[in-house]
Design a protein around this ligand. Structure first.
Ligand code: C5P
Length: 238
């Protein structure tokens, strides 16, 4: 059973290590332990960003979405393992051989998950790439491929979580970005869901960036998300 506080992964999509650490410290009193270091912060600040989050008491989802030849990805995952991160990811369309190589490079405690279809993409974007399936079918076929390769779970939108849970079963992690409170204005995310919708659909973890980062009171938004997760847990138990 995942604690509601642990379900939230706060995306540290900021430019400076100090700002990332500031966010970790703001979230710590709420019991939040999971933080995502992604391409922006990592490209600017490197492994020092991961180290700083660790020092501030957080666990890191290193979201670099590796997608390269198997040997290169194995090396990158090994480097992530040595940094002591909690979770990292690869793009599933890199293929089975790449995913198996990625697994060969990881330490036993590292969760390795696969990105299905970016939550910023809609059907027309897939069509443009020559993918003829509807989004959900594409996500499901990638999730099955990731599971067959031995990955611990996938990144997908809340909209596909029910189908992934049905097909891949319990114990296969579903991490959902594109989380938006109901009243949030539209941005580059296309396949969105509220925190409650994501959890009800079977998501294990919610990745939330801008709704928290751009809020006048980031801790208040994070608290509401955790409360929404906790309420659902109570309802499910009754
Ligand atoms: O600001 P927002 O809540 O949209 O942030 C979502 C975060 O999740 C971003 O850091 C983005 O890079 C990441 N992400 C995503 N879609 C994926 C995988 C990761 O939005 N499929």
């Amino acid at each position: 059973m995942i604690r509601p506080e642990d379900r939230l992964i706060v995306a540290l999509d900021v430019d400076k290590i100090e700002d990332a650490v500031g966010l970790v410290r703001t979230m710590a009193p709420l019991g939040i332990t999971h933080f995502k270091v992604g391409l922006n912060l990592f490209t600017r600040a490197g492994p020092a960003a991961v180290e700083a989050v660790h020092q501030a008491g957080g666990r890191v989802f290193l979201d670099l979405k590796f997608h390269d030849i198997p040997n290169t990805v194995a090396g990158a995952v090994q480097a992530a393992s040595r940094m002591g991160v909690w979770m990292t990811n690869v793009h599933i369309p890199g293929g089975s051989a790449m995913m198996r190589a990625a697994l060969s490079g990881r330490g036993k405690d590292l969760l390795l998950i696969g990105v299905t279809v970016l939550t910023s993409m809609a059907e027309k974007d897939l069509t443009e790439l020559g993918v003829r399936h509807p989004v959900e079918a594409q996500v499901l076929s990638l999730a099955k491929l990731a599971q067959a390769a031995g990955l611990s779970g996938v990144v997908a939108s809340a909209r596909e979580a029910v189908a992934i849970r049905r097909v891949c079963g319990e114990g296969f992690l579903i991490v959902t970005p594109g989380i938006r409170p109901k009243d949030k204005a539209v941005d580059d995310q296309q396949r969105t869901g509220t925190p409650g919708e994501a959890i009800r659909a079977g998501a294990d973890y919610l990745v939330v960036g801008r709704p928290i980062l751009e809020a006048p009171d980031p801790a208040a938004v994070a608290r509401r998300i955790i409360e929404e997760c906790a309420e659902l847990k109570v309802k499910d138990a009754t």
